[in-house]
Write a protein that binds this ligand. Structure first.
Ligand SMILES: Cc1cc2nc3c(=O)[nH]c(=O)nc-3n(C[C@H](O)[C@H](O)[C@H](O)COP(=O)(O)O)c2cc1C
Length: 597
């Protein structure tokens, strides 16, 4: 049986055409309404250095579902992120991820351990994203709305062993992201009007500033060092290694989680045995920093990847699941404090610090702690789990606005001043630095409260109705929590003979959906929106292979109205007319028929 791909990314032509149509019609881009775009306060300078480049602010998106597809990266950028740890790629690029693969509810569990696109598809997505960010950043209509968006940084993420990273296909992949000229030239021809004026634009050819190495899955220290050396020597890249919370050791991790009330998290002892031990990690960091400096490159660390645990809540398949969100924050901060104490002067914390090893962060960051973490001087401060909650990408704006508010309240104009203030306040209170102060605060009842078990659960909503093809509570939660923007809410046509009851109908853009399960988690009704709601396909082969309520959407022949022709699968025979009325309505599918040919 041929494998049905979990994702079939939309081509640049369709994405760019959608941007043009949605902006003109709805003041939205790729499903994100303009009220969710981040507008920076021009009086404040939030910029920071990331791997030798400047980013307009420290907010970033951590490797995961939000950095796999081009459209996701664009949504993140519109919402304020200025750095992107691209979804980890590896030589094994046809793996099967079990479903569902994500379950968040305050904290997060996932089994999405690698990218699902082929290397060629990932490459196209990352180049497409880079082009769209450059286009949107210079698009006069958007600039009038957002002001100067400032610079952003894309960071490659690779795993998981030397043989894979050094394999010819991965070599080509990395080399192409370092000079994407040929791929860019192929794609620029796809740009449809009115964005075709960008076809001759001198797009940036070097797309990534550095690479982050995911040291997951028990990669031994000698191999980590070899991969870092390979990336520096063969590809001339700055390298960050993403460390795991297992570095704290099983007893310490257990104690922190129990103190915060997580009796339900079962640790996986084998994960601690397989993973890097703290002393080996300290030697590794010292050695790689020296190697990088000798080569005129930068070496950094990122805290942390997820924690391997047993079972989770029992909904995800498999014995090992990966924990993220608030409890991980407590672990990562304890690890940061430990490393800063054990590597005096080496880590770059604070604006005037002499340390040579920059520290990036990703662990349970949200609106409540973003400013504190940025105030330690960590950059970028990246987010994943928080964005899987209602509000989705729009939650980034809340984090950045809270940082802006705190700067203004303190009478400051720059992020550097904020970092200096936080370190000075920490030292005045008797702490080594702002990292130590934050670690100490997490052991106090007030500081620990937001991370305690009883406070992080959002609580399931009552499920008193069964989800059906048409109509539902139309709360649109499935739309906002989908990292891929695959669930789309369309207003029911007012004058339709089709008799829709709800004000909005939800449809699934099925090629962008990888059945992660997050929409089902938040749906107040019984059922999985991505599987029950109309599944729309632009691709005929995928439509034909789908067993669900599938519809093919194609352009009408010629230039006649209505724009879309809908064909229904056998499972939903008789429903094509209703869907066509919805998609062809004045507020219908935000695509242009001419881009679908
Ligand atoms: C669904 C999901 C997928 C992830 N995929 C990756 C990945 O491919 N590579 C990686 O290095 N980290 C991956 N991560 C880890 C995140 O990048 C991040 O380090 C971690 O989740 C902690 O941040 P958070 O608490 O904000 O989620 C993933 C996390 C989640 C929740």
């Amino acid at each position: 049986m041929t494998r049905v791909p979990p994702l079939t990314p939309w081509p640049l032509r369709v994405l760019a055409g959608r941007c043009a149509r949605e902006w003109a019609r709805d003041r939205a881009l790729l499903g994100l309404p303009s009220r969710s775009f981040f507008r920076a306060d021009p009086a404040l300078d939030l910029s920071c250095e990331i791997g030798g480049a400047r980013a307009a602010n420290p907010a970033g998106i951590a490797a995961g579902p939000h950095t796999q597809l081009a459209g996701n990266i664009v949504r993140g950028w519109l919402a304020g992120a200025r750095s992107f740890e691209l979804k980890t790629v590896q030589a094994l690029d046809a793996i099967e991820i079990p479903r569902p693969c994500i379950e968040v509810d305050g904290l997060g569990y996932n089994v999405e351990w690698s990218q699902e696109l082929s290397l060629d598809e990932s490459l196209r997505e990352y180049v497409t994203a880079a082009m769209l960010l450059e286009i949107l950043g210079g698009w006069p209509e958007l600039r009038a709305e957002l002001g100067d968006p400032g610079p952003h940084v894309l960071e490659l993420s690779v795993g998981y062993d030397l043989a894979g990273v050094a394999s010819p296909r991965m070599r080509d992949f990395i080399a192409t992201l370092c000079d994407a000229g040929a791929v860019l030239d192929g794609l620029r021809r796809e740009l449809p009007p009115p964005l075709d004026v960008w076809r001759e634009h001198p797009f940036r050819r070097r797309l990534v500033g550095g690479a982050t190495l995911s040291t997951f899955h028990g990669c031994p220290p000698s191999e980590v060092a070899s991969i870092v050396r390979h990336l520096m020597e063969v590809h001339d890249l700055d390298v960050t290694i993403k460390l795991n919370p297992t570095l704290l050791g099983e007893r310490r991790v257990e104690a922190i989680l129990r103190d915060l009330g997580y009796e339900d998290i079962a640790l996986e002892p084998a994960a601690f045995a397989e993973d890097l031990a703290l002393d080996a990690a300290l030697d590794l960091i010292r050695g790689l920093d020296a190697l990088a400096r000798a080569r005129g490159r930068r070496f950094g660390i990122k805290l942390t990847n997820t924690l391997v645990v047993r079972g989770g809540r029992g909904r995800l398949p498999g014995r090992r699941v990966y924990l993220s969100g608030p409890p991980l924050h407590a672990l990562a901060v304890a690890l940061l404090d430990e490393l800063a104490g054990r590597l005096p002067g080496l880590l770059r914390l604070g604006p005037a610090d002499e340390g040579t090893v920059p520290v990036a962060f990703s662990a349970g960051v949200g609106r409540g702690n973003f400013a504190v973490v940025a105030g330690i001087g960590l950059a970028p401060v990246t987010v994943c789990t928080d964005l899987l909650h209602p509000g989705g990408y729009g939650r980034l704006g809340g984090m950045l606005r809270s940082l802006q508010r705190q700067l203004r309240a303190a009478g400051l104009a720059t992020l550097n001043e904020w970092v200096a203030l936080r370190h000075a306040a920490a030292r005045a209170a008797g702490h080594r630095d702002a990292a130590a102060a934050h670690a100490a605060s997490l052991t106090s009842p007030a500081g620990a409260a937001p991370y305690r078990r009883e406070n992080v659960q959002t609580g399931r909503r009552a499920r008193d109705a069964r989800l059906a093809l048409w109509d539902c509570s139309a709360c649109n939660l499935c739309e906002s929590v989908c990292p891929n923007g695959a669930m789309l809410s369309l207003p029911s046509p007012a004058e339709s003979a089709e008799g829709f009851a709800a004000k909005h109908q939800l449809v699934c853009l099925a090629e962008l959906c990888n059945a992660c399960g997050n929409c089902e988690t938040f749906c107040p009704e019984e059922g999985a929106p991505f599987a029950v709601k109309p599944r729309l396909f632009l691709d005929r082969a995928r439509f034909a292979a789908d067993a669900g309520p599938a519809f093919h959407v194609g352009p009408s022949p010629g230039t006649t109205e209505p724009p879309f022709v809908v064909t229904a699968a056998a499972a939903v025979a008789g429903e094509a007319g209703r869907l066509a009325a919805l998609l062809n309505g004045p507020q219908g599918l935000p695509l242009r028929a001419e881009d679908l040919t």
